[in-house]
Design a protein around this ligand. Structure first.
Ligand code: FAD
Length: 315
């Protein structure tokens, strides 16, 4: 029996959902990517602990994916297991940490939400609006899961996930369940590392600190982000911003200035609405996207002396 058979048997015996030979294009917002041998959908911590054990014994490498809205899968696909958070870890719980906060549950009191890592940011935002909680209005128009948003420290110029996170629950590759406090979460521009924890950890939940507020004020805040999103090609197949903004500059502006707005390679097109977005018009391959990226990088360096590095994960 090979490693993949061992994994499949273990999953079957424990009733854990998985699919074989699955096109990864179904698991990313840009609809591109070759096949994976196996994609696994753990639904809760117990299943994930079991999966982590199977991976430790049978596979050195694995890939974690949320909604794949920041991930470009290569055309060749991947031969190691993919762990998807698309179906599991779907809970939102309100927790009040002290009697004082319970009594003072009025405007401006702090409310902690425990949210599963598979929950869509749009669902967290809907919950917040319904319950008059302010702080996550910047989630508007960011199409990922909370787990992906934490890993990417997603957000906007003014506000990012690190501003509202109090702690994160993880399961390490070694199978340890840990609660990591904010001071050990090492956030930077579009990245989060954890002090003393190796790559390969699974985020299962996080506690977000929000503030009780007026619904009208929250809707007003959302409108600011809504307007900004009108300048992005939201209905199209994309991964959001492809490049990181160089210090003091905007990658989209640089791409526009070097003449790449609307430029295409096959069905991969630099958006003419926002030049830091590359759109798949339907038939683009990962190779097309990567060639376009290289071409932009080469020209940004030649024409502007600027090194553009990618924000997206390429696997
Ligand atoms: C139209 C559009 C608009 C966007 N706008 C914005 C924006 O305004 N601001 C912004 O910051 N981003 C934006 N993005 C990018 C993207 O939506 C965010 O980065 C989002 O947070 C990624 O979430 P995801 O679940 O899709 O992550 P994925 O792409 O699935 O994964 C991203 C990374 O997180 C890791 N990961 C995911 N889940 C877990 C988990 N549970 N445990 C451990 N690791 C995990 C993956 O391994 C990968 O390294 C946009 C994307 C699109 C398509």
């Amino acid at each position: 029996m090979n490693d993949l058979d061992n994994i499949i048997n273990g999953l079957r015996e424990n009733g854990i959902e998985f699919l074989n030979d699955e096109p990864l294009s179904l698991y990313t917002s840009i609809k591109i990517g070759g096949k994976c041998d196996i994609i696994i959908f753990p639904k809760d911590e117990d299943e994930l602990l079991f999966v982590a054990g199977l991976l430790r014994n049978n596979s050195k490498d694995y890939l974690i994916v949320g909604f794949g809205t920041n991930t470009l899968f290569r055309d060749e696909g991947v031969s190691f297991p993919v762990i998807s958070f698309k179906k599991g870890f779907q809970f939102i719980k309100e927790i009040n940490s002290s009697e004082e906060e319970l009594e003072g549950n009025t405007a401006n009191s702090k409310i902690a939400l425990e949210v599963g890592s598979g929950v869509a940011l749009s669902r967290v935002l809907n919950y917040a609006v319904k319950n008059c909680l302010s702080g996550c209005e910047f989630f508007f128009g960011i199409p990922g899961t909370l787990g992906g948003a934490l890993r990417m420290n997603a957000g906007s110029k003014e506000r990012v996930v690190s501003n509202i996170v109090e702690s994160v629950e993880i399961i390490t590759g070694e199978g340890a369940k840990l609660n990591i406090k904010k001071e050990d979460l090492l956030f930077s521009y579009r990245n989060m590392d954890i002090k003393g924890v190796e790559e390969g950890y699974f985020i299962t939940a996080a506690t977000l600190a929000l503030i009780k507020s007026d619904k009208s004020k929250i809707l007003e805040n959302i409108n600011i982000f809504k307007e900004r999103k009108l300048r992005q090609p939201l209905g199209e197949y994309s991964l959001g911003c492809i490049f990181r903004n160089p210090a003091g500059n905007a990658a989209g502006k640089i791409i526009e200035e070097i003449g790449f707005k609307g430029f295409s390679k096959g069905d991969a097109v630099v958006s003419d609405k926002h030049a830091n977005f590359i759109i798949n018009k339907g038939g683009a391959s990962a190779k097309d996207i990567l060639e376009l990226i290289k071409n932009i990088q080469k020209n940004a360096l030649l024409q502007k002396g600027v090194e553009l590095s990618t924000e997206i994960k390429i696997v």
